[in-house]
Design a protein around this ligand. Structure first.
Ligand code: ATP
Ligand code: LTN
Length: 336
């Protein structure tokens, strides 16, 4: 790793096929920032266990997510790619940070409240502790920046609080990270309910576009997207459906919102929805093709994740040893 560059860390859960929201809110930035930072990208499989999953499916989705990262343009030669569970230091640092985190602050997290409602039959300790594991992910690597969508901002604030709390109690140890949130695309909304964020675990498949959807499916989902009846392509808080489509079009093409509005001024919703669908379908078609290719070469993917775990493990263990020493855990002297 080059030391003159700052460090970047981010992760996503293998909880389903990433959506267009994950791509525009996070993964697109991951790809763009690879030359500017020392980048470390993880597959947050331990986080995934906070919701009940079929073990076989979790394993398959984890490998698929690795293939998808690479297909989106994350380059394993440039960036470190690994599975969270392959580096035990993540769970170990979580334990230490747990001794500094309070149930009150964890219980106030929006995601915890949302997921507790959604999975009322399984409100487990892991669900509550989720942000502490996320803090451990980030702090282990001394990450300066963390590219995320807006929904994760609160968790990053908690990470910063825990880092500062530890530094104040024991002495300067952790870097206090900053979020990187995209200007356009930080919160892509559901195509069926534009008041809610697009989520890969939504039971309604028409609510999201997955990065593995084929062209026909993508266009069909956009044609069915919920909009108002005003038929004017204008970005406005009282038109969440059409504003979401304008955001998606702008984020994918790289144009700004007003450019998109001008381009489609006077056109109807039907025509616009098809244009958005075709643009998105064209952007994700290469990702789909490359992912399927990569998934047929499991040996390559295994190699990438083994190398990634070695590199990440080395860095993480250095931080963990420092933390263990600072908090007063005894370590026998090593013979030279
Ligand atoms: P789940 O739906 O299973 O809770 P998720 O898609 O919300 O998963 P992750 O896969 O862990 O969560 O998210 C990966 C990254 O994608 C995070 O940085 C998150 O902020 C971002 N992200 C998730 N949903 C959106 C969205 N709708 N718009 C923009 N960014 C998003
Ligand atoms: N909680 C994140 C995924 C995640 C993450 C991280 C993101 C786990 N560890 C560390 C950034 C940094 C989510 O998006 N749901």
């Amino acid at each position: 790793m080059q030391t003159d560059k700052k460090t970047l860390f981010s992760a996503a859960q293998p909880s389903g096929v990433p959506t267009l929201g994950n791509y525009l809110g996070a993964i697109k930035n991951w790809v763009m920032l690879q030359d500017e930072y020392n980048c470390i990208y993880s597959i947050a499989d331990l986080h995934c266990l906070t919701v009940r999953r079929e073990p076989k499916e979790l394993r398959a989705k984890s490998l698929e997510l690795l293939a998808l990262y690479i297909a989106c343009g994350v380059d394993p030669e440039k960036s470190c790619l690994f599975m969270q569970s392959h580096v035990p230091a993540h769970a170990e640092l979580t334990w230490i940070l747990n001794t500094l985190a309070y149930p009150g602050e964890l219980g106030r997290m929006t995601q915890f409240k949302d997921k507790s409602k959604k999975h009322a039959d399984n409100v487990n300790m892991g669900l509550m502790d989720y942000p502490v594991l996320m803090a451990a992910d980030i702090l282990l690597y001394g990450a300066d920046v963390v590219p995320i969508g807006v929904d994760q901002k609160q968790h990053l604030e908690l990470t910063r609080d825990l880092a500062i709390r530890f530094n104040n109690r024991y002495s300067e140890t952790f870097v206090v990270p900053e979020p990187i949130i995209p200007g356009i695309g930080a919160k892509i909304m559901s195509l069926q309910d534009p008041e809610r964020k697009m989520s890969k675990s939504d039971p309604n498949e028409n609510s999201y576009v997955s990065l593995l959807d084929d062209e026909e499916t993508v266009i069909r989902k956009f044609k069915r997207a919920v909009t108002d009846s005003d038929n004017s392509i204008r970005f406005s808080a009282d038109k969440p459906g059409i504003s979401n489509l304008i955001t998606i079009y702008s984020a994918v093409t790289g144009e700004n919102i007003s450019c998109t509005e001008e381009k489609f001024a006077g056109k109807g919703y039907g025509e616009f929805k098809i244009a958005v669908g075709e643009t998105v379908a064209a952007a994700i078609a290469p990702v789909r093709k490359k992912t399927l290719e990569l998934l047929s070469d499991k040996a390559y993917l295994d190699e990438v994740m083994k190398n990634g775990a070695d590199r990440a493990g080395y860095l993480a263990n250095k931080t963990l040893s420092k933390v263990y020493r600072k908090v007063g855990l005894y370590s026998p002297e090593r013979k030279k």
